[in-house]
Design a protein around this ligand. Sequence first.
Ligand code: HEC
Length: 120
Amino acid sequence: MKRFGLVVAIVAAFFAIAQTGCNPPRTSQSEKGGIWAVYDRECQKCHKARGSGGLVGRMIFKIPDFTNTKWQDNVSDTRLIIAVANGKKKMPGYKGKIPDEEIVDLIKVCVRSFYPKEDQ
Ligand code: HEC
């Protein structure tokens, strides 16, 4: 049984590292001000501060990686705004919960800012 605990610890450590990569974890974007406070409050828990969705989120919940240029090139603002307003599969809809202008800004300012990849 001791062995089992060790395996669990190794797997947990692997996922912890995979989630944050080698970059120092960044947990907040609020210092950028404005709409980023809304991103931090409503979106960050799933999409992560860096917009990657996290490895586990991408694998299990099919969260898109906002830092993927191919993904960014293939999605229109309109489609993304509609997805956030109405919700999509595991993502709740935000229409009525946050003002329409903020949903638009979340896409145009926040989601699009992850393209190209922030600090590479
Ligand atoms: C509960 C977790 C969760 C939260 C909170 C959340 N999302 Fe999502 N989001 C998802 C998942 C899961 C998907 C993938 C949906 C799918 O295509 O299966 C997604 C997809 C998206 C997409 C891509 C939609 C498309 O058409 O491909 C955008 C853009 C997005 N989210 C933005 C946001 C924004 C902005 C917020 C904050 C207002 C937010 N999300 C909050 C889980 C979440």
